[in-house]
Design a protein around this ligand. Structure first.
Ligand code: ZN
Length: 194
């Protein structure tokens, strides 16, 4: 998945003020594990990640409020990533975090997801990202498998509904089930009460 970062209408000196625009840009999903906020307890299940860490060995504190360095991210990925950043020699070898805002860094180019939700790195960047962020976690495997099943079901039901001769008593429950599936694939968004 690629995220298209739009330029904000104004610049802020406090990165936290980019929160709402980041949520929209990242389609309410974690930039790394791609889980939707809906499955993480809503907005509170995510936070703002500094792609290039602002602390630690390879810190770039000057990027703290730099919009291009801000990613919407679940708390788990954020904690796993922490201040980790590859050494320059590893970076040259491709061991780095996937950057889902770069066209060449589509998750699918670096990671292959099987129907059962297991994930296989295809590149050094995929391996590094998978390892540091622990994308092999059991509940993520389950989540990806569930998502895959729903996509398959949507295709099957859509195909059945395209049959003109489908009896109305069969069509109505299928349409209702399809609506439920589609909501789970593109879930509703809830803001945190303020
Ligand atoms: Zn995540």
């Amino acid at each position: 998945m690629i995220f298209y970062r739009r330029i904000p209408t104004r610049r802020y000196s406090d990165y936290r003020l980019y929160r709402s625009i980041l949520r929209e840009v990242y389609r309410y999903r974690c930039a790394y594990c791609l889980r939707h906020e809906y499955f993480l307890g809503g907005e509170a299940g995510c936070c703002i990640d500094h792609h290039r860490p602002i602390g630690g060995l390879h810190a770039r504190p000057e990027l703290q409020n730099d919009y291009s360095n801000l990613y919407w991210c679940c708390w788990e990925c954020n904690e796993n990533k922490a201040n980790t950043w590859p050494d320059p020699e590893d970076y040259i070898q491709g061991s780095r975090f996937i950057d889902p805002c770069e066209t060449e860094d589509d998750h699918d180019k670096h990671l292959h997801v099987h129907a059962d939700g297991t994930i296989i790195p295809l590149t050094n960047a995929g391996r590094y990202t998978c390892q540091i962020l622990k994308l092999w976690r059991r509940h993520l495997v389950f989540y990806r498998a569930e998502l895959y099943r729903r996509h398959v079901e949507v295709e099957e039901i859509s195909s059945l509904l395209s049959e003109k001769k489908l009896r109305p008593e069969l069509r109505e429950p299928l349409e209702a089930h399809l609506r439920t599936l589609l909501i789970m694939l593109e879930p509703p968004v809830f803001d945190r009460p303020r």
